[in-house]
Design a binder for this molecule. Structure first.
Ligand code: WT7
Length: 659
């Protein structure tokens, strides 16, 4: 890795020097009110790492049986937190709010078509209890896997909470994933029951969830016994007698009281599939107690959540962000949150800002890709809305470029709201590196410093800490933390190898490269593996390649990322056809066919933005595809690599699109 920045521009040096101090009125009432308080937390955590987390676990979680052991590392890297303790996650999110917040609004829901519902904590508790009883009545027991394939509506959260209530393990599959992806995830998890909807509203259209589910089940998924279908759109769908049950019918006979199932701290709360460097997504397995603790403390520390806040995290529950900061964290903190079903552009590009205005949102959390897309629509759009209730802004998913940060700061935050750039991953469960809004000055583009109790570092190839400023290295976490993943479902070996292999089991390897500046601020530089970040979503290049070669006309494919103004990275595919020369000129028909093919295999987010055809792919003597070369070509950069080993140098012109 060579990331020293010898000749950076004066402009970027000056930009990086910009420091935004916490607003003075932010300290009052904040969980971590100032830099001195934060320093004391760091000291506490440094002095007694597991004791620090144990104290938080005792304070912030409601236990049925208290735990005795803070951290058991005897089977590392299968770390176990808060052993002997028993609790229930849904109880911690709902029941414990009933005393003080029964009538407080838990969820403000707005559908894409403008329908609004307010759901109180008491109502949500009942909805979850009733649905949990319905799950039990349909044969779901503790430890069974339930796949949730839903639109972004409150019932998605109800379904997740209901699983947690009865100790079933949910695995949410993003509604934008294809039937094929759904099938793979159902089969890997061995799920017994599927929860879906007749459809959802997105972008003015109906997302055909049930049709996709039918397709997935029609050629596999033998483990599925029942499908519960929520009626959202009321358009015509197929219901298979004996297998499919309407949500309304399932809950009709059920009581709203459902005794929570008390589980061990380590009981798996959920699986969530995410892309890695092979063609097969991994089922990241999270725990109950440690996971929830991570979601709670970061709601408090990073989002500074308070009782009168209206919190909106725009993420879908299909991603980890929608788990920690929609389905669990806000509820466990007794917060009021907004859920919006649809696209940011319906009916126009002011929709997000209108939602902020109409629901008096105070904390807004979204992805840089959304900020960049909305920034392009012009400053006059947000200017039409009253954004004066906003007090804190957040970002997640990819590095935010300083221009977008400044726009967010000026045009949305009116220079009043701190911006929390939160670095974390599906695997980490909760924020790891992020500013504390009342205590840490921010710099556009940096996620600032690790949170107390999170021992992050940047190390070289040998695992030595890199102290020289701005020198890039591997981002690692040197101590276990409560909300960390526990394993990869069904493949513990892959877990050990992927995350702990590089540094002899000592450090968790995040898969990102990073550098630290002279103030110790972290700057995330990007992935070190074959994983793309497309609009804040992880996509394995191998996954897209496998999808492409599954097409009858494709012999070989190589996929790389190309920098993109809005998406961060765009999908760029090089394709070799089977027994055919590359099309001469543009073959729009074939290109469109392959794009749709990939969308069907994985989902629309994986659609290649560019496809370039060639007679073969550039490989080293040992047969490895020269990805760095392909990335340079995709980015339109001059070729600096040694290409003399190429069998056929003439293909360079093809790859560059010059013939
Ligand atoms: C990868 C994790 C965590 C929820 C969303 C994505 C990148 C995430 C940031 C950030 C720079 C970021 C990293 C990371 N990433 N947040 N604030 N700054 N990069 O979850 O799909 O598990 O992806 O997203 O590359 O490894 P995910």
């Amino acid at each position: 890795m060579s990331n020293e920045r010898g000749n950076e521009s004066i402009d970027s040096i000056l930009k990086e020097a910009r420091l935004f101090n916490p607003p003075s009125d932010f300290s009052r009432g904040a969980r971590i009110p100032d830099a001195a308080a934060l320093e004391r937390l760091y000291e506490h955590a440094r002095a007694d790492h597991s004791g620090f987390w144990a104290e938080l676990a005792r304070n912030e979680l409601t236990w049925h049986t208290p735990f005795q052991t803070a951290l058991d590392a005897s089977q590392a890297p299968r770390y176990q937190w808060f052993k002997e303790g028993r609790l229930n996650v849904s109880y911690n999110c709902l029941d414990r709010q009933l005393e003080q917040r029964a009538d407080k609004t838990a969820i403000i829901f707005e559908g894409e078509q403008g329908d609004v519902r307010h759901i109180s904590y008491a109502e949500l508790h009942q909805d979850v209890g009733r649905f949990a009883n319905a799950l039990k009545a349909h044969g779901v027991h503790s430890g069974d896997r339930v796949v949730i394939y839903m639109p972004m509506i409150p019932e998605a959260v109800v379904a997740m909470q209901a699983c947690a209530r009865i100790a079933a393990i949910h695995s949410v599959v993003f509604g934008g994933f294809s039937a094929e992806s759904l099938k793979d995830r159902i089969e890997d998890a061995g799920a017994k029951l599927l929860i879906t909807a007749d459809g959802g509203h997105r972008g003015g259209k109906i997302v055909e969830l049930k049709a996709a589910a039918d397709k997935a089940l029609s050629h596999g998924c033998a483990s599925i016994e029942k499908v519960i279908v929520y009626q959202r759109t009321a358009h015509a769908i197929n219901m298979q007698t004996d297998r499919d049950v309407w949500w309304a019918d399932a809950i009709a006979p059920q009581s709203a009281q459902c005794e929570p199932e008390w589980v061990d701290s380590e009981h798996p709360l959920f699986l969530l599939y995410t892309s890695g460097s092979t063609g097969k997504p991994k089922g990241i397995q999270h725990s109950s107690a440690g996971y929830l603790l991570g979601a709670i403390v970061t709601m408090q520390w990073v989002f500074d959540i308070r009782d009168d806040d209206v919190f909106w995290c725009t993420a879908d529950v299909g991603w980890v962000t929608g788990h920690s900061y929609v389905a669990y964290g806000p509820l466990a903190c007794g917060a009021t949150m907004v859920i919006y079903e649809g696209a940011p552009t319906v009916p126009d590009t002011g929709r997000f800002w209108k939602l902020c205005q109409d629901h008096k949102i105070t904390i807004f959390y979204t992805a840089p890709t959304a900020i960049r897309a909305l920034m392009k629509c012009g400053d006059e759009i947000p200017a039409q809305y009253d954004l004066s209730n906003l007090r804190l802004l957040g970002t997640v998913g990819e590095p935010i470029n300083p221009e977008a940060w400044m726009w967010y700061h000026r045009i949305i935050g009116h220079e009043r709201c701190p911006i929390v750039d939160t670095w974390w991953q599906t695997e980490t469960g909760a924020h790891m590196i992020a500013p504390i809004p009342a205590a840490v000055a921010t710099k556009p583009g940096s996620c600032t410093r690790p949170l107390p109790g999170i021992v992050a570092d940047v190390v070289d190839e040998q695992g030595q800490s890199i102290t020289a400023p701005n020198k890039g290295g591997y981002l690692v976490i040197k101590q276990p933390w409560p909300s960390m993943l526990r394993t990869i479902w069904g493949d513990h070996e892959r877990y050990v190898k992927t995350y702990w292999g590089k540094f002899g089991g000592k450090y968790y390897l995040a898969g990102d490269s990073a550098r630290r500046d002279k103030d110790g601020y972290f700057w995330i530089m990007g992935r070190i593996d074959d994983v793309l970040n497309v609009s804040g979503h992880r996509l394995g290049t191998m996954e897209v390649e496998s999808a492409l070669v599954a097409h009858p006309r494709v012999a070989e494919a190589a996929v790389v990322g190309r920098p993109d103004d809005i998406k961060g990275e765009a999908v760029f595919a090089y394709v070799v056809l089977r027994g055919e020369r590359p099309p001469s000129g543009v073959d729009a028909v074939l290109t469109q066919e392959l794009r749709l093919w990939v969308a069907e295999q994985i989902g629309p987010i994986a659609k290649p933005d560019d496809i370039r055809y060639a007679d073969n792919l550039p490989k080293t003597r040992s047969g490895k595809i020269m990805r760095r070369l392909l990335r340079a070509i995709a980015a339109g950069q001059p070729i600096t690599q040694d290409t003399s080993t190429l069998e056929n140098e003439a293909i360079l012109l093809q790859l560059q699109g010059k013939v």
